[in-house]
Design a protein around this ligand. Sequence first.
Ligand code: SF4
Ligand code: SF4
Length: 223
Amino acid sequence: MKTARKNWIQGTRLGIQLIFLIAVIYGFNTKTVSDWMLPAILLAGVFFCGWVCPLGAAQDWIAWLGRKLRLPRVRIPRNLQRYFQLSRYILYLLLTLEISFALLKGPYNFSRMLHGELLTAATGIILLFLISSLFIDRPFCNYFCTGGARQGLWSVLRVLSIRKDTTRCGGCGQCSKVCPMNIDVAHTDFVRHPNCIGCFTCISTCKKQALSYGIHSKLKKHN
Ligand code: SF4
Ligand code: SF4
């Protein structure tokens, strides 16, 4: 039952990621989706990064490969992560102020890159992020993506998010360990973090089924 839940959620996500990757290869511009999603983010949080973005998906798949190859994984310690994770918001601010870096304008540029509109340098930089994903979870999303930063800032007001039933939680910390965005899920009972990409990896991983997705106030708390 627990394995079926994990397979169902992550299998669906993998299918949607693959569909969008194929669509991008055939010329679909995912920016149209990210723009359309902005109002939905206020309700449900950021799903573009976890379910749609081909660059995000590619980082997930390469991270999976890195784990299969038993390569060492680098995880920024939480006390440093709180500062490091500000980088994408600082880049977003610089972009908003039109101190522009064309290569850092967001994951939708991946589509343009595939169609040869960006410089060769962009390909090299993207490849560097993909290779880094063998060792670090979503390095581009965590620290450089200004599109994700923009959506994340909207998402702090969201109504629905990952929530924890503290009566079920055993405190094992697995949800924090598997979060690709290095969010300390184990020590919060409702994820409002702007970096959450709605991937549901934490929900899929929790053996106690303590995590679900919904409205915080609808869940009884135990403290
Ligand atoms: S994985 Fe589940 S049981 Fe373990 S700390 Fe997270 S919510 Fe609690
Ligand atoms: S908190 Fe859960 S849903 Fe959000 S990014 Fe981390 S693993 Fe994914």
